[in-house]
Design a protein around this ligand. Structure first.
Ligand SMILES: [Cu+2]
Length: 723
């Protein structure tokens, strides 16, 4: 039984406003309910570089540029944009979900998945539901990293395709939503899940497998679109004897080390880009596993890399590794983008990816060579002597020339106990004493490439976080168990910042940048009329002038936006649409399930109130004692009495701060859906993993004040005062 979030009750006034607005919409203008299931055609998918009337594949085209040729909405009239329709899907509500999907629109019909892998077909002109597919995925799955989500479906051959969080893959009839085939690719009990968007091309569907926090070996599949049969698979960590296998310790006498490549990570979180002429597909890979590096000497190909394959056969073409022997979760969950640009007077076939390092990497997509320059530089000195040697860190790392769009080093946080004088920078090694580093960079939020200017539009974020190796974690891998062997710790009241940046693809330099407080934002679309749209987790959808970053229009949708906007045209009218799910994992906001569409003749006004945002990590405001009442009439679960059990929710501790006498045994009861921990910032005590429904206890025999985090979700902060 899930406990409703407290914010649900505060939603009531907004809901009323929305319902009224929806009622006044004309309900007679309904398009045909069934689409001719012959689009997108292979010819269209092959030819398109930009999106136009349709948005028939993730990223707008197989180049992933998220660029549209539509110009009806332009800088002189964008201020008139209002909601044309708003549809609530009734799926994916709850704090475990995120709503990160990029909808497709084909022939006036929108296809969109929710965080529960339920898929909806909507009339793109009115928002009316045409069909609905219920995934029926198991609700007891506590190994999904980073929120329950589905970043997008694919269409082709009269079918809609989607990966699912339970490691399966489905094809639906495009006209009706009826299931045509379902293939179980992996067992979710072993930590595998599919969260990335799906790509359809040339009779094949491509999907990657997520799960890098659970010791899985990354892989990409090509399935026969007609039958679901596997055509090829590519492991992002090579097998013994294959190219790249010498970057893993496969011949080590210790079997844990020799087999570590089978737990090596490099998972794939998004849809590949495809160059139909070159016959190549491009994807980027996640962190190496386990996070701790002592067991996996070497550069660890192809983790934290761009990989190019022959899309028909899965044969390796080239790779570029952004981070060697990755130790910091500086992985690459962002979709690669293909583009063509002049460098030194020569038109080059380019590709880029922007990663958690906070840099964009511009490469030649025929061979992986850098287009804007790269230098191998030594890593910073160790704050803790011996850290690099223990971690088997790479002595050098590639540094792209040009600008980083986030701060490479965190500001000092003197209140953080062990790292006040030990803050590190990009690529600083750490061992068992926590070192304060910068988390963030670019996560899942897709960038846009704007061909008329050559600018790249990218979201970044910055959050200080301390890293340490958990030397007491088991060396041996266990399927379905978290296999990171590190502790990532956040500190109360630490600031979180988000960046919106335009970068020139010719120079890798910042053209303009806007920085706001709060969590990462979720992607862009740009248009031929020089507008860049981006949503924010504070619920604002914003239109920028691409050339200078001036804000042209802003609209409050009522829920946090954790999905990229897109644009399309129906019956001569241009629309901009975005999913508004509110529920950014880790940041408590209003819980939404809405799809908004905007048009120049729209009639729905913006929501009166912005949802709450979190611009700093939580600080305990008080100390709750045993027997004290907590909560309140509008809080989750109403009012309750604290009897020594801290409610461990997705994603916060309740109460945050408690005060107990020496000798008290405190318990943490996991009332959420995913695994949490309560781990002392000084690593003096640790509950270990608390699975959904479990309770773990710690007895406090020494007076003192203890700050603690959840290791998988370090922004969950708690405090115990023992007197
Ligand atoms: Cu947690």
């Amino acid at each position: 039984m899930r406990i409703p979030t407290p914010s649900r009750l505060r939603l009531a006034p907004l809901l009323t406003a929305v319902v009224i607005a929806t009622v006044v919409l004309p309900t007679t203008i309904l398009a045909q309910s069934v689409a001719p299931p012959n689009r997108p055609s292979q010819q269209e998918l092959t030819a398109a570089r930009a999106a136009g009337k349709d948005w028939f594949t993730y990223g707008g085209s197989v180049f992933n540029q998220r660029y549209s040729t539509l110009t009806e909405i332009n800088p002189s009239n964008v201020s008139q944009l209002k909601g044309a329709w708003l549809t609530r899907l009734g799926s994916g509500l709850g704090s475990k979900y995120r709503f990160e999907a990029d909808p497709l629109v084909v022939d006036g019909i929108m296809y969109i998945p929710t965080g529960n892998d339920d898929i909806f077909a909507l009339n793109a002109k009115t928002g009316r539901k045409l069909w609905e597919y219920n995934s029926d995925i198991p609700q007891v799955n506590d190994t999904i990293c980073c929120g329950w989500n589905n970043r997008g479906v694919a269409a082709g051959d009269g079918r809609v395709y989607s990966g699912q969080l339970d490691g399966s893959f489905v094809a639906l009839e495009q006209a009706t939503g009826k299931v045509l085939w379902r293939t179980q690719l992996e067992d979710y009990h072993d930590g595998y899940s599919i969260t990335g968007a799906t790509r359809y091309f040339d009779g094949l569907v491509f999907t990657g497998m997520s799960g890098g926090e659970y010791g899985v070996r990354g892989r990409v599949y090509a399935l026969d679109a007609a039958t679901g049969r596997e055509v090829w698979r590519f492991y992002t960590v090579p097998s013994p004897g294959e190219f790249g296998s010498d970057t893993w310790p496969m011949n080590d006498p210790d079997p844990v080390v020799a087999n570590i490549y089978l737990r090596g990570g490099g998972t794939v979180w998004q849809a590949p880009a495809i160059d139909p002429e070159l016959g190549m597909m491009y994807f980027s890979t996640g962190n190496a596993s386990p996070w701790e590096g002592s067991l996996r000497a070497g550069d660890n190909l192809f983790t934290a890399s761009i990989v190019a394959l022959d899309y028909k056969t899965g044969q390796y073409k080239w790779h570029f590794q952004q981070v060697r022997h990755e130790l910091w979760d500086y992985d690459m969950p962002n979709p690669p983008v293909l583009f063509d640009q002049m460098y030194n007077g020569v038109m080059r076939k380019g590709m880029y990816e922007c990663g958690k390092t906070g840099w964009c990497y511009f490469l030649d997509r025929t061979n992986g060579e850098s287009l804007t320059g790269m230098e191998l530089r030594p890593i910073p000195p160790d704050p803790q002597p011996g850290a690099s040697a223990n971690q088997k860190a790479s002595p050098v790392q590639p540094f792209p020339l040009g600008d980083s769009y986030i701060n490479q080093c965190p500001d000092a946080l003197p209140e953080f106990p062990l790292v006040a004088d030990k803050a590190g920078c990009m690529f600083t090694s750490y061992w068992d004493i926590p070192v304060l580093l910068r988390r963030g960079g670019t996560n899942f939020s897709p960038t846009s490439y704007h061909p008329p200017t050559g600018y790249v539009f990218v979201n970044g974020y910055e959050q200080p976080s301390a890293y340490a190796v958990n030397t007491s974690a088991p060396r041996e891998f266990e399927p379905g168990k978290n296999y990171q062997r590190i502790v990532s710790l956040a500190t109360p009241d630490a600031p979180i910042n988000a960046t919106f940046t335009a970068i020139d693809s010719r120079t890798n330099k910042i053209v303009w940048q806007r920085r706001i407080p709060g969590e990462q934002n979720y992607g862009w679309v740009t248009t031929a009329s020089n507008i860049a749209f981006a949503g924010q987790v504070d619920g604002n959808l914003v239109a920028y002038d691409v050339t200078n970053g001036n804000v042209l229009w802003q609209f409050q949708v009522g829920w946090g936006i954790s999905a990229p906007p897109m644009t399309y045209e129906v019956d001569g009218q241009q629309y901009v649409a975005v999913a508004a799910g509110g529920n950014r994992g880790g940041v408590t906001t209003l819980d939404g399930d809405a799809v908004w569409a905007f048009a120049l003749n729209g009639t729905i006004d913006q929501a009166p109130n912005a949802p709450p945002i979190q611009s700093k990590l939580p600080a305990p405001s008080g100390n709750t004692r045993i027997g004290q009442e907590v909560g309140g009439p509008t809080a989750a679960g109403g009012t309750w009495v604290f009897q020594g059990t801290v409610h461990t929710l997705d994603y916060r501790f309740d109460p945050v701060g408690v005060q107990v006498p020496v000798g008290t045994t405190l318990s943490w009861e996991n009332q959420g859906a995913v695994i949490h921990t309560a781990t002392d910032s000084k690593q003096q005590w640790d509950t270990g993993e608390i699975r959904a429904g479990e309770t773990k206890s710690i007895t406090f025999d020494a007076a003192g004040t203890y700050t603690y985090n959840c290791v998988p979700h370090p922004w969950m902060i708690g405090k115990v005062t023992v007197t």
